[in-house]
Design a protein around this ligand. Sequence first.
Ligand SMILES: [Zn+2]
Ligand SMILES: [Zn+2]
Length: 466
Amino acid sequence: MRIGFHGADRTVTGSCHLVECAGLRVLVDCGLAQGSRETEERNREAFGFDAGEVDFVLLTHAHLDHCGRLPLLAKRGFRGEIVATSATRELARVVMLDAAHLQEEEVRRNLRHLPRRRSQKPEAAFEAEPLYTVLDTLNCLDRFGRVAAYGQAIELVPGVRVTFFDAGHILGSASLFLELQEHGRRQTLVFSGDLGNRGRPLLRAPVVPPHAQIAVMETTYGDRLHKPIAPSIEELFAAISGAFERGGNVVIPTFALERAQEVLWCLRQGHEQGRLPALMQVFLDSPMAISATQIFEHHPECFEPNVARQFGAGKDPFALPGLHFTRDATDSIAINRFRSGAVILAGAGMCNGGRVRHHLRQNLWRESCAIIFVGYAARGTLARRIIDGAKSVHIFEEEVRVRASIHTINGFSAHADRDELLDWHRQVRPERTFLVHGEEDVMQAFAPLLRDTRIEMPEFGQNCEI
Ligand SMILES: [Zn+2]
Ligand SMILES: [Zn+2]
């Protein structure tokens, strides 16, 4: 038996781990590397294993850094079965189709501007082919097979079972408990997936899987503690009110899954309690976030009991007066008419693409406006440069000065913090722990805090006997 590490090793994005046991190959996640152009180039390289020989993919959740290379896996010959929860399956469909569409668009744009760019920078390389197309993604969707229900074991083949546990990270997210058998030897493994934090407005707290001999755990925030959510909501309201008083807009770069819905839920609360202006206009300017919000409404079984009750009583927890869903590009462009009093939620959360870049170009240089970051920003992304205090940034080949007030509110994080990760590890009590999905300095700070376990921080492409 062995595990191969093929992504999110000493870095956060691109999760991909291969478990081999008794001739069976089980892949846990197949995510996209995200960040700088250099990082994203890595997605085109070989996986480090033969896609055609993978029997199963167990998908922990629908974030792009976990499911974003699945269409590529299918394109390169994967013919096995993908197992995921029902909500993950629905969300992953939207996420992967969106990614394919964006890649096709980017290639089209590059080809259009190629003659001009070549004359300016002849040495620069421009991708002439998307990583995968919408058609590749549709083929990949055919590979989704059994649907996992939380807490119920699924037998992949005799002797190999997997159980999904609610990871409380995004809708449908799971930690995996794997039971393996080879030549009469039994081995148990837990993959944390991405772990959520407790006390979130919409989701239940993570459920810790049973004790396992080996844990592969995420360490995104292994070096810090989150502020509780209540003061974060206060901060959000204060930042919005401040910008409106100055006569400006608010731009919230938003991850389409979970964060967008959580922020909407908070805005609705603020509106109901009279804490936010009655005439506030809210734009959910992301087709993917709009689809995700609709998918949320199909899955009350995943919700925190109080929110599930609201759904049960026929109340839409996201309904808010002055809320506009702008799916079409023309409606999105029309938002530019609002010089004040608008809250614009747009993707991508790390500003490395998507409509939010247009809204930043419109609002970032205006002192009266506020930009509020409520999620993780990987190194090398536009969001990270703004958060780190850049005086000006490049957007669509234009120099834009940063004059708006910049807020980073970390209580909305969808990830467990240091103490929650430690608590999770104490309960799983693994003899051996592989740290993944974290920046290297964070892992180095986190590792000494773990007790009674052998710790490893695998390198990209490393295989370990288990
Ligand atoms: Zn995630
Ligand atoms: Zn992740």
